[in-house]
Every structure is written in C-alpha cells, then in structure tokens.
Design a protein around this ligand. Structure first.
Ligand SMILES: [Mn+2]
Length: 349
C-alpha cells in the first residue's frame, strides 16, 4: 500500500464537489488510470459529474485554447494522470480554471508544490513497485488487483514487466484466478492502443468506460479495435518492407509518410531487422506542421541519453528511453536537425 499521511486517500476530499475533470494520457496506461479513477469516484459519490479529456494526440502540453475551453466549464476539481505536462502548463490550468488540481504520475519529474502532486518516485519510493500510473493508483486507492491496473503495467513495460518480480508475481496470480494468459494482456494493450495510433481521440475518450466493465472479452472482441489493428498491422508491414532512403554506412535512414502514429513501432521493427546499424525514421505524415524523428539501435550503437540532452540544448522537443531517441521538429527545421544528429551519430562533431 502507498504510505498515506492521514490514512485515507487525499482524493477523498473531492466528495464536497459536484463536477470534475480527468485529464489523462492517450495510451493504455492513461486510459486504465482514468478507468480506476472513474470507478473510485463513482463509488464514493454517485452524483459526481465527471468528464475526461486527453491533449491532442502527440502533444505533451495543453494549448491556451484548451485551457480556456476547460476553464469555461467550471470544473471544481481536475485530476491529471499519467501525462507529464510541463509545470507552467499545469499552473496555468490551475490559475485559469480555479479548480483544485490533483496530479498522479510515475514519470521522473520535479514536485509541483502548488497542486496535490502524487508521485511515488518523488517520495523516494522504489520505481520497481510502481511500474505504471495504473499500478500506483491501485496502491494509492487501496484497490484490489483489477484488469485496468494490470493492463497499465503491462502496457508501459510489455514483456519486461516480468523483470519486476514483485509486481509480476501479483499479475501472474491475477491471471491464474481469471483464466487469462500473459499474451491475452499483450493483445488487449495492442487493441486499446489502436485508438491513439489511428488518431481516434474520441475513441481514446470512450475507452476508459469500456475498461470499467472489467471484462476481457469486451476488449479482446471489440470490433472497432480489431479493425484498427488490422489496418495498423498492414501499414507497419508496408512501411518496414520499403528500402531505406539512405542505405549506406552505419546510419540507415527511412523517410516515411504515414497518417498513423506508428513511427515508434516502425523504428523498433526496423532496428530489429538491422541489428548492426543505427536506424533513423522520419515520419512526415502524423502532424501537419511538424515531423517525428525517431532513432533506435538494437545494439546500443549510440547513447540516447546524451543525444536527448543534446537536442534539448538546441531547444528541441525530445525524449525517449535507453535505446530510443524521439523528437518532434517543426518541418522547416527537420533537415537542419538531421544533419547535426547524423554528424554526431557518425562520429564527427
Ligand atoms: Mn504510464
């Protein structure tokens, strides 16, 4: 259980209100976390009016327009979950909406004192025990292990969740009890994530309500999500079967133009196929005004931390993981950034 200060989840204090908003990430962990919050709030006070929203897919900040739109609806409380919004963005939301703001996350971030900020990593807890926002919420709300809690954890780590021994043991026990396999979980995550990958923001917003049913069949047999998955799989296969735009040397480049948010998947698959190279994928088709630049190597041929910091230093919006670099670049600057990155990856400075 998450160590509470007072013995009761502080979130309970929203009981005095009538109207609230949940802002969540568009991926399975965000959707699962929203489902857990909805479930908790409904159970606590049936008459609460709760809405949910997600930033435009691919944007890790709320625009001024969105903040204004939210503010015009007079929410008394806002819960942000699983999305690492910039601090000034959250403070602006608080100031304009005049709502009480709760923020639950498990990303590395600085503590925001001006809102009710809950993040086990900031409090010095072991990240191993809180692999996802959904898992953290399960602990925070003192919930039993449910499908949304499990799905968020599997979504954020895929098969690597098996390395987190304590959590994985709990998941295995859950699977045995409900008669599901780990592959079923992976399949559910894949299906739920189709919503954002095809760019269906409405679908993302409806998904927490589907998860609230706590029924794996409703997820596995969802006709729309299965259709999405078929379309996405075909598109990924199509993109990875094309030859690179630049195929010589240590760095291979693919210029793609797909309207789907599959750049990460395409880059991963290409990196698996080209183990001895650094793979660069530029997708020109997801945003109208910006390009996605992904770099990945299956063999640790570059230091992504270093590259991310370098891009930040140049003022670019970049992030990633151990073996992945991801950036979103205004179209007019893509070529310039690519040139700089390539020089770095190829060894020159
Ligand atoms: Mn997450």
């Amino acid at each position: 259980m998450y160590p509470f200060k007072s013995g009761e989840p502080e979130l309970r204090s929203v009981k005095i209100y009538e109207k609230g908003l949940i802002i969540h990430h568009w991926d399975t962990d965000g959707i699962s976390s929203a489902a857990l919050l909805l479930q908790y709030l409904r159970k606590m006070k049936n008459e609460l009016a709760i809405e949910n929203c997600t930033p435009p897919i691919g944007n890790y900040r709320l625009s001024d327009d969105e903040i204004e739109k939210i503010s015009s609806k007079n929410f008394q409380f806002v819960i942000i979950v699983d999305i690492n919004l910039p601090k000034n963005n959250i403070l602006k939301l608080k100031e304009y909406s005049k709502a009480e703001v709760f923020y639950f996350d498990h990303h590395l971030q600085e503590k925001i004192e001006e809102v009710h900020h809950f993040n086990p990593l900031i409090e010095g807890n072991n990240g191993e025990k809180y692999p996802s926002a959904s898992w953290f919420l399960k602990c925070y709300l003192n919930d039993p292990v449910t499908l949304p809690a499990v799905l968020g954890a599997v979504a954020d780590h895929e098969t690597r969740i098996k390395d987190k021994k304590e959590v994985y043991r709990t998941i295995e026990k859950y699977l045995e009890e409900v008669g599901l396999s780990f592959n079923d979980l992976l399949r559910m995550v894949e299906l739920i994530d189709t919503n954002y990958k095809v760019g269906d923001r409405e679908g993302v917003l409806k998904a927490p309500y589907t998860l609230l049913e706590n029924d794996s069949r409703i997820i596995l047999e969802n006709p729309l999500w299965n259709k999405n998955l078929e379309v996405l799989k075909k598109e990924v296969e199509k993109q990875i079967s094309r030859p690179p735009t630049r195929g010589e040397g240590k760095v291979l480049i693919w210029n793609i133009n797909t309207p789907y948010n599959i750049t990460s998947t395409v880059t991963r698959r290409l990196a698996w196929k080209n183990n001895d190279s650094i793979v660069v994928v530029i997708n020109r088709g997801w945003f109208t005004d910006r390009d996605q630049v992904y770099i990945r190597s299956g063999n640790k041929l570059f230091d992504s931390r270093e590259l991310i910091n370098f891009a930040h230093g140049l003022g670019y919006d970049a992030g990633g993981k151990e073996e992945v670099f991801a950036a979103v670049v205004p179209k007019s600057e893509t070529e310039k950034l690519l040139e700089i990155l390539l020089r770095r990856l190829e060894g020159g400075r």
